[in-house]
Design a protein around this ligand. Structure first.
Ligand code: PMP
Length: 419
């Protein structure tokens, strides 16, 4: 039913009164970052006690994990992560607690190695499917790499755009990919996209696919998505050195005290291990062993992740219910219903997102900055908002969603009526 001008002005006035009331009674809620809740962290508390007998400190029954050594990780951890990332044992390097750290290592190692031999130091560029992960973009910017935004469809990056660019520009050296339950839109790459990334012609012969599979086991439903293996696809296409796969247990066990892994061709792993040897004598092998004993294998990880999902799913359901309640039949906003990962993504009307996020901040609801999920923090359409509901209780999320829906409707109508 369409509203008359008078009705819609009255409705806007009503929203303004509600918002003004919220200004007087601000909340104190933060759904900015994708971090696990306390209940999720408790799931992994038993891991802290799995190493008890002296033999628990031996890798393969002989190597004392309390001592230096095993730069690329203990073999038990390699077995676990090679099962997860579907690689051979010598195609895995186990890192410290952070996969971002490994991404930084891979990029800098590759760029510095090449720069040493390069006479013509042209500017390096990376393709950045957007919206994407803000820390990828921050890292890229910090390293002085130029970012080229690329459209992100429901099955992965816009491959027509990608293929055209990489075929012609030798300074495009890489692409960021979050292939499973992408941060923030929740998309999972199709097999066709994986194959095209693996086989496309690139002008740069050292082109890198940075395959950040941060959410590979983070399903929310029984429809568990599995992305095609990029390393296998790259090998099949004759480009075995093109892909670099990353994952970590930050959101499986403990962020900050998990274990990260890199999967790549043996040649690439050997290259990175050499670079790494100048930085450390080895990572925390005791933590690697704790993880192996606690997580056991892929099947057991899946059971553990089901417990995470049982905590998280009601939060994602609540967001969907609230948005349906407020916006069914209205054109203020579109939203994702992810099958995994940590985020819900809102697409607002153009030029509204920054103002909505600002209005929310004033009433005590912190969400990720509107442009943060785009290179240089700039979304030309200003229509993207990321919600990270995992750390808050259902009760707080309920209150946050009422505030979010109010601000979306109020700001959108205010803008429309001022036109
Ligand atoms: N990649 C993506 C896509 C993420 O969303 C996150 C966490 N927010 C990370 C990497 C961080 O991973 P780690 O803790 O292993 O550095």
């Amino acid at each position: 039913m369409t509203q008359t001008i008078e009705e819609s002005m009255n409705h806007l006035e009503h929203l303004k009164i509600k918002y003004t009331d919220c200004l007087k009674h601000p909340l104190n809620l933060n759904i900015k970052r994708g971090i696990p809740s306390k209940e999720q962290l408790q799931l992994s508390e038993p891991m802290l006690n799995v190493l008890s007998s002296p033999t628990d400190f031996l890798s393969q029954g002989t190597i004392d994990i309390r001592n230096y050594g095993e730069l690329t990780g203990i073999s038990e951890a390699k077995e676990l992560f090679s099962e997860l990332l579907e690689t051979e044992r010598d195609e895995i390097l186990i890192g410290g607690n952070s996969s971002l750290n490994l991404m930084y290592l891979v990029i800098t190692s590759n760029l510095f190695a090449k720069i040493k031999n390069q006479t013509n130091k042209k500017r390096v560029k990376f393709l950045c499917p957007s919206p994407g992960y803000d820390r990828h973009f921050a890292m890229t910017e910090k390293l002085g790499i130029e970012m080229i935004p690329i459209g992100l469809n429901n099955d992965g990056p816009d491959m027509d755009e990608v293929k055209k660019l990489v075929a012609n520009d030798p300074t495009i050296k890489g692409i960021w990919c979050v292939p499973t339950y992408s941060n923030p839109t929740g998309v999972t790459y199709s097999d066709e996209v994986v194959d095209q990334l693996a086989s496309m012609e690139t002008k740069a012969d050292d082109f890198m696919i940075l395959w950040d599979n941060a959410y590979l086991v983070h399903h929310l439903t029984n429809e568990k998505k599995a992305v095609k293996n990029i390393l296998t696809a790259c090998k099949a296409a004759g480009n075995p050195e093109r892909s670099w796969m990353f994952c970590s247990t930050s959101k499986v066990t403990f962020p900050g005290a998990g274990v990260a892994a890199l999967g790549a061709s043996k040649k690439n792993i050997d290259f990175i291990a050499k670079e790494l040897s100048y930085q450390t004598i080895g990572f925390d092998k005791i933590n690697q062993m704790r993880h192996v004993k606690f997580l056991k294998d892929k099947n057991h990880i899946s059971q553990h992740m089901d417990k995470h999902a049982a905590i998280l799913k009601p939060k994602f359901d609540l967001i969907n219910q609230k948005l349906m309640h407020y916006f069914t039949g209205k054109d203020c906003v579109e939203w994702t219903e992810p099958k995994g990962g940590y985020f819900v993504h809102l697409t607002t009307q153009p030029s509204c997102a920054t103002e909505i996020v600002g209005a929310l901040a004033k009433i005590g609801v912190a969400v990720t900055d509107a442009g943060a999920t785009y290179p240089y923090g700039k979304n030309p359409s200003d229509n993207s908002i990321r919600l990270a509901p995992t750390p808050v209780s259902l009760e707080d999320l309920d209150a946050a969603m009422d505030a979010i829906c109010l601000c979306i409707e109020y700001i959108t109508l205010k803008k429309q009526q001022s036109l």
